[in-house]
Design a protein. Structure first.
Length: 387
């Protein structure tokens, strides 16, 4: 993917030789390491064992959680601060280098004059404004809010700003076992199957949440749903995400971000491949039945039955989610399609740089956190070099 960004889009920041150093630095900073087997939990171990039996490539997922105890609370905030987010590394490092962190202040706009950055204006909850004056401004509000901030600032003149939204369409399939699994005891995202990643663009993961958050995998309402919740301990959940070919956009409607995304038919086909593959894993692991999420066949008890249900399914009925939005301020050499130049500088104004997920010119094929942070370091290098 780095080579594609470099050669197809002319993204200098993604030069593989230079970016490799930043990727290594990010992984060291975040203390990235594979999820340990002893805290992985049965959900992840079922996936690994089934993949081994099928001869599929699989491995624990690399994570930035050196103190993880396997409580599966990642999605709502780690109770032991084991998730090694930037509040535990990059921000303290910045403060040690002299940075000042201003919290509870929402940036309203980038200040600029005569084609040059002059700082930012923020506002506190009590309504008071804060102006931070600077000749260099780095925008890093994410793929949905970076375009919004630039539009509010009068810097959103590029016709492609807010377009080119890419993400990871995802789905989930569950399996009911005759014995307890307790999918929520262990690591939330613990192990991955890579067998279909290069061939089909499909990454399968063992992923689970506490029962109150994961009930969407259960069919029915009322008494039927309560019955499934009573059996939640016997359910394993696997998910899959695909590298998309669809395209979306972000636009401002009455000052709020409106996201639109049209999933491509090719991505629907990938998700069907993923559902069948997950079903094979679950049945291989010993599941008595598989919960498909499909209205016409909410549960199946054999692989042929699953294949038929997936084949007959209406794309609109698939259980879908989406993660990792990127690309809405794409960086690259072509000024017609890229609002940001190959070094990370916003076109049309001096001193405004973009260093977040929005500059990725196309969908990353895996979780893009490390890539985003590495590109941000590359942007920082460019800023320093111009001083």
């Amino acid at each position: 993917m780095q080579r594609r960004w470099r050669h197809e889009f002319g993204l200098d920041l993604a030069d593989p030789d230079r970016l490799a150093c930043h990727l290594d630095e990010v992984e060291r900073t975040l203390q990235v390491a594979p999820a340990p087997l002893d805290i992985m939990g049965r959900n992840g171990n079922l996936l690994l064992d089934a993949a081994t039996a099928l001869g599929w490539r699989a491995a624990p997922i690399p994570r930035n959680a050196p103190g993880c105890g396997g409580c599966c609370q990642c999605a709502i905030g780690c109770p032991r601060n084991a998730k090694f987010g930037v509040h535990l590394n990059a921000l303290p490092q910045a403060c040690a280098a002299g940075a000042r962190i201003v919290s509870r202040a929402r940036v309203e706009r980038v200040l600029h004059e005569h084609g040059r950055a002059r700082g930012v204006r923020a506002r506190r909850p009590d309504g008071t404004a804060i102006d931070v004056l600077a000749n260099t401004v780095v925008v890093a509000a994410g793929a949905t809010e970076t375009p919004m901030l630039l539009w509010r600032s009068g810097l959103g003149g590029h016709p492609r700003l807010g377009r080119n939204l890419a993400l990871h369409p995802a789905t989930m399939v569950a399996g009911r076992f005759d014995e307890d699994v307790y999918a929520w005891r262990g690591v939330l995202q613990s192990a991955a199957v890579h067998e279909f990643h290069e061939s089909d663009g499909v990454l399968i993961e063992a992923t689970a949440t506490p029962p109150g958050m994961g009930s969407m995998v259960f069919p029915g309402y009322g008494a039927e749903l309560l019955g499934w919740l009573d059996r939640a301990a016997r359910v394993a959940t696997f998910g899959a995400m695909v590298a998309d070919q669809g395209v979306g956009s972000v636009r401002s409607v009455r000052g709020e971000a409106l996201v639109r995304y049209d999933i491509a038919r090719a991505d629907i086909a990938k998700l069907r491949v993923a559902m069948e593959a997950i079903g094979r894993l679950l049945f291989e692991a010993g599941a008595a039945e598989v919960l498909t999420g499909l209205p016409g066949a909410t549960t199946v008890t054999s692989l042929p039955e699953l294949r038929e249900a997936v084949r007959r399914s209406d794309p609109a009925s698939l259980h879908l989610a989406a993660f990792h939005p990127t690309g809405t301020a794409a960086a690259g050499a072509d000024p017609q399609i890229c609002p940001v130049d190959p070094t990370g500088r916003l076109r049309g104004v001096d001193g405004v740089w973009v260093a977040d997920a929005s500059i990725l010119p196309s969908c990353a094929e895996v979780n893009p956190q490390v890539s985003i942070m590495a590109l941000a370091l590359a942007v920082a290098d460019q800023i320093v070099a111009r001083r």
